[in-house]
Design a protein around this ligand. Structure first.
Ligand SMILES: CC(C)(COP(=O)(O)OP(=O)(O)OC[C@H]1O[C@@H](n2cnc3c(N)ncnc32)[C@H](O)[C@@H]1OP(=O)(O)O)[C@@H](O)C(=O)NCCC(=O)NCCS
Length: 225
């Protein structure tokens, strides 16, 4: 198996969506934010495809595939938001992208409804996330933010996650920029991310109606060569 990491293309989107859905099926955050009895797999796939299309021009969106596999199955996906320096104003390209994303999501909600999404919990998570980032993101250079990283369950533990990380971590090291992620699992993910140079920065608790989940904010200092 010769796994290669490439930039996401339109042809990869369906495979990338399948990979994300499979890898996050038992994710604690997903269970908390979606009502499982009303969960719409179809609406979720549309939502992820919108995120992929947005990410193709506004994020570092990568897929891992086996070069020897003629089907081109997507084995892993990573989406990183690039660092935004505190000195840089929002450029029109980002502004237009944010609006495109918003309109696409509104259209999707009108067509599919919420698909089991607990909107109140979604906004609780967003508020906790903003608080954590406000406290932790103190570096004027900004942070590479690992927004999504998933490997198909059948391909996990074979170095694909590491390969996906390496792609951006190497770039961050060259630029002397920190990396950041929020993991929805302590075990086994924290140990995996520690292997990639991340350290625990703080916990982020999201609580609603007597049910709480904890996310783990982790930071990676650039390794200077
Ligand atoms: C987290 C995830 C992306 C990691 O990808 P992966 O391909 O399974 O990980 P790798 O095989 O590249 O392993 C990377 C390192 O972690 C170690 N590792 C892998 N699985 C581990 C486990 N269960 N416990 C401890 N260490 C582990 C590996 O040995 C390797 O260490 P090394 O640098 O010494 O070789 C993947 O397991 C996944 O998609 N999980 C489900 C979805 C998810 O939780 N996504 C993240 C949400 S925050």
């Amino acid at each position: 198996m010769l796994v290669q990491v490439t930039t996401l293309t339109e042809a990869d989107i369906s495979g990338a969506v399948t990979c994300i859905q499979q890898a996050f099926k038992d994710d604690p955050y997903n269970h908390w934010v979606f009502d499982k009895d009303n969960f719409s797999f179809e609406r979720n796939a549309v939502s992820l495809a919108i995120r992929c299309r947005w990410g193709m021009s506004h994020a570092l969106f990568h897929v891992a595939k086996d070069n020897d596999d003629p089907t081109g199955e997507v084995l892993g996906v990573a989406c990183w938001l690039p660092p935004r320096s505190s000195q840089t104003a929002l450029i029109w390209h980002d502004w237009a992208g944010d609006w495109w994303l918003w309109f696409s999501q509104v259209r999707m909600n009108m067509w599919y409804g919420r698909g089991g999404l607990n909107v109140q919990r979604y906004w609780i998570w967003k508020a906790r996330q903003a608080e954590a980032q406000e406290q932790l993101w103190t570096d004027a250079k900004g942070y590479y933010f690992c927004n999504i990283v998933t490997v198909l369950p059948k391909a996990q533990g074979r170095g694909i996650g590491k390969l996906l990380f390496k792609h951006v971590i190497d770039q961050a090291d060259r630029e002397g920029v920190k990396c950041y992620l929020e993991s929805s699992r302590a075990v086994p993910n924290m140990a995996i991310y520690e292997k990639m140079g991340f350290d625990m920065a703080r916990e982020m608790e999201c609580a609603d109606d007597g049910t709480a989940i904890t996310l783990y904010c982790m930071m990676r200092e650039p390794k200077l060569s």
